[in-house]
Design a protein around this ligand. Structure first.
Ligand code: PPE
Length: 307
């Protein structure tokens, strides 16, 4: 997806011009993939632009770095304030996507990362529909031949940069085969997540999602928001391990992520989910989520960080 440049990117304490936000080709992370990132969205609301669950995202970034033993030289508060300032500096009044990243810079080479400088940056730019405009009507999913990482091979609770090689391989495989997105199974054959989203199914009126830790999936902030919204709407929601059969037999299915938001799944491995159209529960949840992120649901106001 092409990037729409904005004015400034924050790098290690300074707002630098977009074109000057570069790193050395011998930066450690470029070679070995050590580091973590986040994806956050900000939306236009009736009271100005607000960043959705900013603190939760920055907390997850710090948790990711803790797992990787990378000491981030900024506090949670500093990261949150900087993200807001970046949206203001770039005048992104209609909302945007924010990409904080913690990586190892230039100075050390060799697998041992100890001693390489820990660097921090946040960029922001307008980003449209992650899975394309047609995603509204439902996306076609393929179960990947690539397994999600075993947590002893790659810590799956950390949004680790290098971990996305696995995701990219699955994405390319699915797209080249004519699908929109991949569903990944864990090493135990159970459903884990998608390449950049968590997954939900609806069966007999109950809403189910794989338990992030056991499934080796990222603990999605959108996933958590959907669990809360669905419960508030009166649905039974449960984290439950699932097999591919459960996907084939689901009444409804949808995926959730910051970039993707809430997207109905129309088929899995060419088997229609329901009749292939977005189901009523999916639609209700999606509508409520869209209202919540845009400040149209006062009960979820605490999720919004005004810029
Ligand atoms: N699983 C994975 C593997 C993942 O990358 C994401 C976010 C999620 C689940 C959903 O997490 P959350 O955003 O907290 O609900 N993927 C980010 C990066 C996408 C990209 O292509 O880059 C995102 O949605 O921002």
């Amino acid at each position: 997806m092409p990037i729409t440049p904005t004015k400034k990117i924050w790098m290690d304490g300074e707002f630098v011009d977009w074109d000057d936000a570069t790193v050395h080709v011998l930066s450690h992370t470029l070679h070995y993939g050590m580091g973590a990132f986040e994806g956050i969205r900000a939306y236009k609301t009736p009271n100005g632009v607000a960043i959705f669950r900013l603190k939760d995202h920055m907390e997850r970034l710090l948790r990711s770095c803790r797992i990787l033993m990378m000491d981030v030289p900024y506090s949670l508060k500093e990261l949150c304030e900087t993200a807001k300032e970046l949206v203001r500096v770039n005048e992104l009044h209609d909302g945007c996507y924010l990409r904080p990243i913690v990586y190892l810079g230039y100075g050390e080479i060799g697998v041992n990362p100890i001693g390489a400088p820990v660097q921090t940056a946040i960029a922001a730019w307008p980003w449209g529909a992650y899975l394309g405009e047609h995603a509204e009507k439902g996306v076609r999913m393929k179960i990947s031949s690539w397994s999600r990482h075993h947590p002893n091979a790659m810590p799956t609770a950390s949004k680790t940069i290098g971990g996305y090689v696995n995701a990219s391989l699955a994405k390319v495989e699915a797209v080249k085969a004519g699908y929109d997105e991949a569903i990944m199974l864990g090493p135990d054959g159970r459903v884990s997540e998608c390449t950049g989203e968590n997954l939900f199914i609806v069966k007999d009126g109950v809403i189910l999602s794989p338990p992030p830790s056991e499934a080796g999936a990222l603990r999605g902030i959108t996933q958590a928001s959907i669990v809360k919204i669905a419960a508030d709407l009166g649905y039974v929601v449960s984290f439950e391990a699932m097999r591919r059969d459960d996907l084939y037999l689901a009444d409804e299915a949808f995926l959730t992520g910051t970039a993707a938001e809430v997207v109905p799944i129309s088929s899995v491995d060419d088997r229609l989910v329901g009749d292939g159209n977005p189901g009523p529960i999916t639609t209700e949840i999606k509508t409520t989520y869209h209202q919540a992120i845009r400040g149209e649901r006062p009960q979820y106001e605490e999720w919004l960080a005004r810029v």
